[in-house]
Structures are given as C-alpha cells and as structure tokens.
Design a protein around this ligand. Structure first.
Ligand code: FAD
Ligand code: SF4
Length: 481
C-alpha cells in the first residue's frame, strides 16, 4: 500500500454526502435523505483515516469490518477489491452503510473523534453501490456444491446474512418469508428516506445470482409446517424477528386516532412505494389497519427509539401541522441514533423530554384529543444500568393531539409451532440459542438454529446480519460433519 499523509484530517473536515433540501423534506419528498459521495469526495473522506494502528472502529462494528483496509483501497481507487473486502465480513454492506447508527458504533469509536470521525458508513455505501452498479458480483466460482440443503425462515437481515454464508459454503439455501418482498423490516418498517427500496431489490438480484432461492408469501406454521421443513432440509435457521408490540397498556389506547407504529410505517411505506397499501397485513394486526392521513393534524409520537424517529419524520412528510415526540427520559438517554434525532429536529419535530404518558384522552365521540403526561426526573439506575424515569408529583399536563402514534418497541415471541418442536424461550419471548453443550445459535432442537431480533430482542440491522452470518458457520459444522 502506498505511503500517505496521515495528517490529512487536519486540512480536510469531515463531511457527509449532500442531503435533500429541507424544504423538499418538509413538503412530502420521501427520497433517501443522504445522497452519495462522488469518487473524489469518497477518496478525500477515506484519506482522513489516520490508520491509527488500533482500529477501535473495527472492534466496535458488530461484523468487525476491515475498515482501515477498505478506506485505504478507496484512496487507491481499487473499488472492486474494497467491495470484496466489505463483503468478506458483511453480507449487507450497502444497507449497513445507510442505516447503522454509526455515531454509536464504528464512527463513535474513531480515534479522530474530536476532529470529526471518518465518515465510515457513507464510504461503505459508496464502495458497495459503485461496485454493484459497475456489475461487480461476489465470485462463487470456487464453491463446491455439498448437496446439503438448509431452510431459512425470514428474509430479514438475519435470514439474508445466513443464506449468503450458506451458499458460500456450498449449501443450498431456501429462504421462506410470509411477505411478498425480501428484507423484513428493511422493506416493511424502515422508511424510504433512510433506505430506498431499490437497494433491497438490487440485493435480491445479487443473492439470487449467488444461488439463494426465495419462496415468498409463505408463512411457516400456517402454509407449511415445521415438520415438513425438518423432513425436506438438513437444518433450519429461524430469523423470524421481533413483532410482539409493546402498547404500554395506556388508558385510551383504543380511541380513534391512536395508531401502532409499525402498521402505520408499513402501510405508509407501501403507499410511498406505489404498492397496494392493504397488501398482506402485518401479522397480528389484520384488523387494525392504520390510516396515515395526517395532513393538518397535531401528531404526538410516544417513544424515543429508531421507530419513534421514523414515525415523527414520516408524519412531517405527510403534512402534519405539528409533530411532537414525547420521551420519558432525557435526550442523552434516548435509544435512537443522535443523527436521526438531529435530522428530525431540523425537519421541525418538537421534542419533549422527561414526559411520561399516563393516558390518552378522547372526546364524547371517542376521538383522540390529547395525551396526559407527567414530568419525570432520572432516578436510580436499573439492573441494566439505565436510570429510571421517576414521575414528579403535581406536574401533569395535557399535550393536545389529533393522532397519537405508539412507538414503545417490540419483543419476540416463541410461536406454538416452535415451542411444540422443543424450541425454548426466555420469559420475555427470546428464542434460546447457543450455550450449554449446544453449538452457537443452536436451539434446544438440534436441527434448528436462530439469530437476529428473534434471539436478541429488537436490536439493529447489523447485529442481525452478524448473527445470521455466524449461525451459518454453526449450521455448516452440523450438516457437513
Ligand atoms: P426482521 O427484519 O424483522 O425479519 C424477520 C422476517 O421474518 C420478516 O420478514 C417476517 O415476515 C419473517 N417471518 C417471521 N415469521 C415468519 C414465519 N412464520 N414464516 C415466514 N416468515 C416469517 N436498525 C438499524 O440498524 N437502523 C435503523 O435505522 C433501524 N430502524 C428501524 C426502524 C423501524 C421502524 C424498526 C421497527 C426497526 C428498525 N431497526 C433499525 C431495527 C432493525 O430493522 C431490526 O433489528 C432488523 O431488521 C432485525 O432483523 P431480523 O432479520 O432479525 O428480523
Ligand atoms: Fe459502521 Fe455499521 Fe459499517 Fe460496521 S457495518 S462499519 S458499524 S456502518
């Protein structure tokens, strides 16, 4: 590798790719917010890497990307090699480059922090988009077919990560999903302003080119039994995600104008994408179709995570008159990405911190009129080290609202068809995988493996990818021995 000026970061400030102008974002433009670096910009930004010799960025990245190495390849204009290196650790680099909360992961660990971290995510997106657009595809010509077959349930990041690694090991992967498109929450959850859906379509083309087979619109446990899969395949991977909605049990949550976050985002995403808004309903919400007509409305979103941020920013694009995010802790404790919070604020979202909802109030016709909240202060840390929100007596007030979106999060559950096969779950519904004398990611049924949100609880795209990828290694150990 060529010798470089390691102090380039002193002359070149950190920059992100250009964003869609604010006036478009606030008047209904759903395009991906961040544009793409052109080659010189990507090279400048990659050149800011100090090559510090102790790449905390790689350690903090859940898939342990070889970040300094691919930044160097970009500077040398060796984009194909950079793409190969990206894919050697990450089956979905273009997606992670877009949606990872980099401020908490790789970029948050960059040695250059006080000078502005290297824009790692945007360079990862540049590398993959550029290579794929130029026709580069993973080279599997050396892979020997083993004759083994594995079923993957769930075409989300965990399932995709697993299928990618299985086919690279010569194992035929058949991915089943109940929805009509691949991607899981990438497709039916995350809005287009964070992730254009054409990115997922391109990845499907890549995966199919590698030999991954998708069987979509098929729900395991309903259309096909698990027993059938266990008979037809050498092993099964469960990447079924976390879809048990946390509603908070608020009084008034059944009033007209109260929407659960995910159906709202999914239905809206289908409309924005030009698809049938009533497509296949989200499981569990068949009778609760959310209507995203928010024009001129006062919207309050409850919850401060990624889902909450997607809801407030969607509401802005849908023409809401006023959008408020109420969160029970302070800003420093918000689980959502700081970058997304900054974008939401810029787009006009009002944040009310230290406000805990008590009830949703309605008028005589059953229509929502507001959320009763109480102010909080931060108390003692809980068993996970997070400070509890303690209500302050006498500080109640009503936040006016026509629409309230509940975004308190999701958790997994072990369905009956898995439990009856011997798959065990924790009390909060996570599938138990690995541990004791089991292989990593192996459940209590020897042929069933699991990873992603179904095992971790609602988390991140990159952690789901990492688990799917690593579970494939365990599956290979079982079926190829
Ligand atoms: P999923 O993506 O949920 O995929 C599971 C798949 O399994 C689904 O397609 C489902 O249809 C399928 N399935 C389930 N049961 C069956 C069955 N019985 N038969 C057939 N198919 C089945 N993470 C980030 O890193 N950055 C973000 O910006 C971000 N934003 C988010 C925004 C929202 C609104 C939400 C809800 C989540 C967000 N996340 C984000 C989290 C991230 O999307 C998830 O952690 C990740 O998608 C989990 O991947 P997974 O493969 O485990 O599950
Ligand atoms: Fe950073 Fe995510 Fe890419 Fe890892 S996968 S380098 S955490 S953007």
């Amino acid at each position: 590798m060529s010798k470089k000026n390691v102090f380039q970061f002193l002359d070149l400030p950190r920059t992100m790719p250009q964003r869609i102008p604010l006036e478009l974002r606030t008047s209904g433009d759903w395009s991906e917010l961040y544009g793409k670096f052109d080659k010189p910009d990507a090279q400048y930004q990659a050149g800011r890497c100090l090559d510090c010799g102790n790449p905390y960025c790689s350690w903090k990245c859940p898939v342990h990307n070889a970040i300094p190495q691919w930044l160097q390849l970009v500077q040398e204009n060796r984009i194909t090699e950079a793409a190969e290196l990206c894919h050697s650790t990450n089956p979905l680099p273009e997606v992670c480059g877009r949606v990872c909360p980099q401020d908490r992961l790789c970029e948050g660990a960059c040695t250059l922090e006080e000078f502005g971290a290297v824009t790692i995510g945007a360079v990862e997106k540049f590398i993959t988009d550029t290579a794929l657009a130029a026709g580069w595809r993973p080279d599997l010509s050396d892979v020997q077919a083993t004759g083994k077959r594995v079923a993957v349930i769930g075409a989300g990041p965990a399932g995709i990560g697993c299928a990618d690694r299985l086919v690279r090991a010569g194992i035929h992967a058949v991915v089943f999903d109940r929805y009509e498109q691949i991607g899981g929450l990438l497709q039916f959850g995350i809005p287009t302003f964070k992730l254009e859906k054409s990115v997922i379509a391109k990845r499907r083309e890549v995966l199919e080119g590698m030999g991954v087979e998708f069987r979509l619109g098929v729900e395991i446990g309903r259309d096909i039994t698990l027993e059938q899969l266990l008979e037809d395949f050498d092993a099964v991977f469960l990447g079924t995600g976390a879809y048990r909605y946390t509603d908070g049990g608020l009084i008034g949550q059944d009033l007209e104008g109260v929407l659960p976050a995910l159906p709202f985002l999914v239905q809206n995403g289908r409309i924005v994408g030009g698809n049938d808004p009533w497509g296949r309903p989200i499981a569990g919400w068949e009778d609760k179709l959310a209507v995203p007509d928010l024009a001129g409305k006062r919207v309050v979103v409850l919850g401060g995570g990624d889902t909450g941020m997607d809801c407030v920013r969607s509401a802005i694009r849908l023409g809401a008159a006023r959008v408020t995010c109420a969160y029970r802790r302070d800003e420093a404790n918000m689980p959502g990405s700081a970058r997304e919070v900054a974008n939401a604020r810029e787009e006009g979202v009002r944040f009310l911190f230290n406000r805990q909802p008590l009830a949703i109030e309605g008028d005589a016709d059953g229509k929502t009129i507001g959320v009763r909240v109480v102010e909080t202060r931060l108390g003692e840390p809980d068993e996970r080290g997070r400070q509890n929100a303690v209500p302050i007596e006498g500080s109640e007030s009503l936040l006016d609202a026509d629409v309230v979106i509940i975004a308190f999060g999701f958790s997994p559950s072990v369905p009956e068809w898995l439990a009856s096969a011997g798959v065990q779950g924790t009390p909060n519904g996570r599938i138990v995988a690995g541990g004791d004398d089991r292989l990593p990611f192996q459940t209590h049924h020897p042929k069933l493996f699991a990873g992603g949100d179904a095992v971790r609880g609602a988390d991140l795209v990159v952690t789901a990818v990492a688990e799917g990828r690593d579970a494939a290694g365990s599956i290979a150990q079982l079926v190829l021995r």
